[in-house]
Write a protein that binds this ligand. Structure first.
Ligand SMILES: Nc1ncnc2c1ncn2[C@@H]1O[C@H](COP(=O)(O)OP(=O)(O)OP(=O)(O)O)[C@@H](O)[C@H]1O
Length: 337
């Protein structure tokens, strides 16, 4: 699969996406809070965070659709609004639903191409690339979500951009569509393009991305390779206690990231990553807390993610997290589910 148009050879080494102290405030909500990170060409970077963490707002600012309250988002050193040929530099798949329902896939793309000075022959190329040739003349209104995603992707690729942004591209796709889009994004990155893809699903990102930028409540939580991030999943301790809230408090006061959970039969537990059973036992012993279980386990990726995000809540609140079950959707400020 070659995603470049025939005969074209572009310098895909360009396309460094730079976010510096980026902040967006909506009324009382700090949707994006002093974010700084780079997205490099040649790899798929996953932009991960629970619902409401600020991923879409960050991407909208990268694309000049929202104005930052502070800070900058630049592509090759320039904000999106100052790019000479935005569609040739940046392609985005934000919301597949905006396509005009009565237009065919082909006429939709022709219209996009014409209004951006892109030759009409490129339309057939991108239709072919995303596998829509057999339905190119059909009304887009009758397309399944997967087909709309493909059409959105074709639009993002029209200008053969070196930088691509995808906001939750696998949402609502069937398993076949997910595998296809995952492979497609990896291929785009392998061509040297800069690919940023957002998701609230850690498992999905661990299968798609090489690098992860993790945010919670608009703040940066981690900026690391997927391998480093997932290797944290090896050391975790699970505890049960009749004094669980007290135990949660003393562990959090010791600076540990604590995630409430439950055993398969429903008994409440705490999971603590990056710690030994000895450390947890000592802390509990010093506080006079009775333990009913102290087990070394492999934390799931979701637990690592949750413990990191729980840390962001702790940092924001200036104290230990309140004991009690925490679910990813609760971490966002007024986050949507
Ligand atoms: N236009 C807006 N006006 C007010 N608040 C907003 C606006 N856009 C986003 N927010 C709020 O900003 C926060 C971040 O939202 P954002 O959509 O960026 O998060 P997200 O990580 O993309 O989550 P999701 O996956 O649910 O879209 C949320 O609390 C959201 O309610």
């Amino acid at each position: 699969m070659c995603i470049r148009p025939a005969g074209a050879h572009r310098g895909y080494g360009r396309g460094v996406l730079k976010v510096e102290n980026l902040t967006k405030v909506f009324g009382q909500v700090r949707a994006v809070d002093d974010l700084t990170f780079d997205v490099r060409p040649g790899v798929v970077t996953g932009f991960l965070g629970p619902n409401g963490a600020g991923k879409s707002t960050t991407m909208r600012m990268m694309l000049g659709l929202d104005r930052p309250t502070a800070g900058t988002a630049t592509i090759d050193g320039r904000p999106y609004r100052e790019l000479d040929h935005p569609l040739r530099q940046v392609g985005a798949l934000l919301d597949a639903a905006w396509i005009h329902p009565n237009r065919s896939a082909r006429s939709h793309l022709r219209w996009m191409a014409a209004s951006n000075g892109i030759p009409a022959r490129r339309v057939a190329e991108v239709i072919d690339l995303v596998g829509l040739s057999s339905v190119a003349a059909k009304r887009a209104g009758g397309f399944s979500l997967g087909m709309k995603q493909r059409l959105g992707l074709a639009g993002a690729l029209l200008g053969d951009p070196h930088t691509l942004l995808f906001d939750e591209p696998v949402n609502g796709l069937d398993p076949e569509g997910i595998v296809w889009i995952r492979g497609f994004m990896r291929h785009l990155a392998a061509e040297g393009r800069t690919v940023l893809v957002s998701s609230h699903l850690l498992t999905e990102m661990s299968l798609t991305a090489d690098h992860l930028v993790v945010i919670g409540q608009g703040r940066l939580i981690a900026d690391s390779s997927v391998t480093d991030f997932t290797s944290r999943a090896t050391s975790s301790v699970r505890v049960r206690s009749p004094q669980l809230p007290d135990l949660h408090r003393v562990l959090a006061e010791a600076g540990l990231a604590v995630v409430p959970g439950a055993t398969p039969d429903g008994r409440p537990t705490l999971s603590i990553t990056d710690v030994s059973t000895e450390q947890v036992g000592d802390i509990a012993g010093r506080a006079g807390i009775v333990l009913h279980e102290l087990t070394s386990t492999s934390a799931s990726l979701e637990e690592v993610f949750m413990s990191m995000t729980a840390g962001a809540v702790q940092y924001q609140g200036g104290g230990p997290p309140a004991p009690g079950p925490v679910h990813p959707g609760q971490w966002g400020q007024g986050g949507r589910q």
